[in-house]
Design a protein around this ligand. Structure first.
Ligand SMILES: Cc1cc2nc3c(=O)[nH]c(=O)nc-3n(C[C@H](O)[C@H](O)[C@H](O)COP(=O)(O)OP(=O)(O)OC[C@H]3O[C@@H](n4cnc5c(N)ncnc54)[C@H](O)[C@@H]3O)c2cc1C
Length: 472
């Protein structure tokens, strides 16, 4: 980084609070009391992020008489669900390209289910008055290098060939800059309906309230410590009590699963984001952004960025940090060297905003799996179900995951459980130090590809052939 750019980036960060912007909201609800004594229920949901909350809500929608308990180890929404970028995508496959590479035959079905899932989220936002700044403004994938523009055009042609290009629009340089103005943009692909922008923490808190209103009993600061068979059902021990449940759904994401064999399928990958102070009217006019879409650039190491309800810009991504040993730890939640890099990239993208300052900087763990999209399964003779591995695109897909867990627990064959994507597991990650070395080489090769016009080296091509990868 040039010294001047470095100095400007550092200055812009000097007041940044090291906390997730969304979680610092005065409207944040207080934590509910921890569980004491013995609870009995039909369904126990473990985890108070979107996975757990949607599962509890959908369970009540399917059968209002069902007795549902949700336990959360800390506070609802404190983890990925309260600190993400707020891009709520229809895609269940971490994007079209990944879906096409892995499940070409069933991709039209997956896209249809994904769209219905996003419609379902929009309906729930209206039905339960979830105050989460939901705006279905879409997302523009922008190209900042000529090879990326070629790739966007190829992708569009492929999507069109499958008859799935409804709502997609290719933008040339002038058209993309008329939407959001950056001298680095060469063109873009706007998916007008497939992504909504929202306030992530407010969605989690709204879902918590909706669950309570439907009669779900929610306990916070209540980690499930272990899982044992108990007669026809299951037992989960907590610090001050226990839950006896006929069925258990695990929405525990990147945290160590209560079903041990599931743990090898995910690794934590830390992703970081900055939030600016609100833009003045002149600053806003200098970028445009009237249609308020989310944006992402198209390199392997990509940035995602969007505008908030109060006209701040969230700018995140690029570095994806894997901690040796795959441990989730609070220490990893902050990384000033990444913040500096992100700030410098921000002003390269929006030089007209020089002088703007960042108010918040934070990070969080993403549950990366080797196929970049969720996997599902059951344990204890079908009494326990799990869904994890959403890899940086779980804001929308976790609701689908909740539906799949409920289908599996009911022992029902549905259009979801018939999917190859649902029936097949990804390849697990190897133990250390092989995981560390493999991920390190892959990250290095991806950075090289970004510098070399997108050309993938032998290592990446081999990984592609094996269906293995690393992403955030
Ligand atoms: C910085 C960042 C940016 C992101 N940006 C986006 C984005 O823009 N769009 C997108 O689609 N995705 C994004 N993601 C990913 C997205 O946030 C996640 O996929 C999604 O929130 C996962 O929801 P979850 O409920 O599965 O997990 P979490 O939100 O992690 O919730 C899991 C919960 O389970 C609890 N828990 C774990 N173990 C136990 C236990 N034993 N007992 C009780 N409770 C337990 C945890 O305390 C936690 O609250 C981002 C993630 C990060 C970190």
């Amino acid at each position: 980084m040039a010294p001047v750019a470095m100095r400007l980036a550092a200055q812009s960060l000097s007041d940044a609070q090291p906390v997730p912007f969304w979680l610092e909201d005065p409207g944040k609800p207080g934590a509910l009391p921890a569980l004491t004594g013995t609870e009995k229920c039909d369904l126990l949901v473990v985890g108070g992020g979107y996975s757990g909350l949607w599962t509890a809500l959908l369970a009540k929608e399917r059968d209002p008489a069902r007795d549902v308990v949700l336990i959360e180890g800390r506070e609802v929404g404190w983890a990925a669900s309260g600190r993400n970028g707020g891009f709520c995508a229809a895609s269940l496959t971490h994007g079209f390209g990944n879906g096409l590479a892995r499940w070409p035959g069933e991709l039209p079905k997956l896209e249809e289910l994904g769209e219905r899932n996003l419609d379902g989220i929009e309906e729930a936002v209206a039905r339960y008055s979830l105050d989460c700044d939901f705006e279905r403004t879409g997302e523009i994938d922008v190209a900042t290098e000529p090879y990326q523009l070629d790739e966007l055009h190829e992708m569009y042609e492929e999507i069109e060939r499958l008859g799935l290009a409804d709502g997609l629009e290719l933008l040339d340089r002038d058209a993309v800059r008329a939407e959001v103005d950056s001298p680095t943009f060469l063109g873009g692909l706007w998916d007008r309906r497939g992504v909504a922008m929202l306030n992530p923490a407010k969605l989690a808190w709204g879902l918590k309230r909706a669950c309570l209103d439907l009669g779900v009993r929610v306990y916070e600061n209540t980690p499930g410590l272990d899982l044992v068979s108990a007669g026809a059902g299951m037992g989960v021990r907590t610090p001050y009590g226990r839950v006896l449940a006929r069925r258990v759904a695990l929405g525990t994401n990147v945290f160590p699963s209560l079903v041990k064999r599931v743990r090898a399928y995910t690794v934590p990958v830390y992703d970081y984001a900055l939030m600016t102070e609100p833009l003045s009217a002149e600053q806003l006019a200098s970028v445009g952004w009237k249609n308020r879409q989310g944006l992402g650039d198209s390199a392997n190491q990509f940035h995602y960025f969007r505008i908030t309800a109060d006209h701040r810009i969230l700018w995140g991504g690029y570095d994806a940090i894997y901690p040796f040993g795959g441990k989730v730890s609070a220490e990893m939640d902050h990384r000033p060297e990444t913040y500096l890099k992100l700030a410098e990239h921000f002003f390269r993208c929006f030089p007209q905003l020089e002088g703007l300052r960042f108010s918040h900087a934070w990070g969080g763990a993403i549950d990366t799996c080797s196929r970049f999209s969720a996997f599902f399964g059951t344990a204890y003779q079908g009494k326990v179900a799990y869904a994890a591995g959403f890899t940086g695109l779980g804001v929308g897909a976790t609701r689908f995951g909740g539906d799949v867990m409920l289908d599996l627990l009911a022992g029902e064959r549905t259009e979801r459980t018939e999917l190859e994507m649902v029936r097949r597991k990804p390849l697990p990650f190897p133990p250390e130090p092989i995981a560390w070395a493999g991920i390190g080489i892959t990250k290095w090769a991806m950075a090289r590809a970004d510098e070399n016009g997108g050309r993938r080296n032998l290592w990446l091509k081999t990984m592609d052939r094996m269906g293995l990868g690393f992403d955030s």
